[in-house]
Design a protein around this ligand. Structure first.
Ligand code: PGA
Length: 251
């Protein structure tokens, strides 16, 4: 059961904690000058919070959309240092990454917190990009699907499965993020098919991205897989040439 033709491709660039006003301006210029969009591909840039205004301005009227890298699970109020979903929506963010493995690891975000962030994002009208993925040890122990199934189930229990009609899922094996190692086509397909099955009726229509060392050299092969609908990019999103090449590979 595969309705690939109904699923649009999505390429999202996660700048992580990189950039400055000058470099960003050059990167955005390179992207907007060379990517004018394609009907079946959506391109999204997720800069650090402080650069949202800069990116929003640079991409206005272009084929690029705006996203953020995380969001507070709380409503606006006494929560020092955090950014609420409503504030992201204020800057015309359409997407927000939730549950990235770096935040789970470095900020200690729990599955329950990720579920709250997913909920907060949707409440403000944003589309969460929910990251799921197993560690190397979990894969070696044969626990990849179990881990991913659990991460997903905590969110499903919180928001209900129907909420996935307005969400994107990203499979990002932790061992492939920023390491240059890429999941094999078999490994990626197995997990993507599993996630789709876990989403039940919404499985065939949900966009499921692959993330983890996607580069222009391997994007085409990944996008050729029936259950991969695009990519969540880290390193490659910091080069206009690479970002555009990957958008083109998705088209
Ligand atoms: P990478 O990062 O492409 O640099 O591996 C992917 C991600 O963290 O989303």
């Amino acid at each position: 059961m595969n309705e690939r033709h109904t699923r649009q491709r999505l390429v999202a660039g996660n700048w992580k904690m990189n950039g400055n006003l000058g470099d960003n301006a050059r990167l955005l210029e390179g992207i907007t000058a060379n990517w004018s969009g394609a009907e079946q591909v959506k391109a999204v840039i997720c800069p650090p919070f402080v650069y949202l205004p800069q990116v929003a301005k640079a991409i206005a009227g272009s084929a690029i959309e705006l996203g953020a890298q995380t969001v507070s699970e709380y409503k606006p109020g006494a929560c020092t240092g955090e950014v609420a979903a409503e504030m992201l929506a204020d800057w015309q963010c359409r997407y927000v990454i939730v549950g990235h493995s770096e935040r789970r690891r470095l900020q200690g975000e729990t599955d329950a917190q990720v579920a709250e962030k997913f909920h907060a994002a949707q409440e403000a009208g944003l589309i969460p990009i929910l990251c799921l993925g197993e560690s190397e040890q979990e894969r070696d122990a044969g626990l990849a699907l179990k881990t991913i199934g659990h991460q997903l189930s905590v969110v499903v229990e919180r928001v209900g499965i129907d909420a996935f009609a307005k969400a994107v899922v990203a499979y990002e094996p932790v061992w492939a993020v920023g390491t240059g190692k890429v999941a094999s086509p078999e490994q990626a397909e197995e997990v993507h098919r599993f996630i789709r099955a876990e989403l039940g009726e919404l499985g065939p229509s949900t966009q499921i991205l692959y993330g983890g060392s996607v580069k222009p050299g391997n994007a085409k092969q990944l996008f050729a897989l029936p259950d991969i609908d695009g990519a969540l990019l880290g390193g490659a999103s910091l080069s206009a040439e690479d970002f555009v090449a990957i958008c083109e590979a998705a088209a």
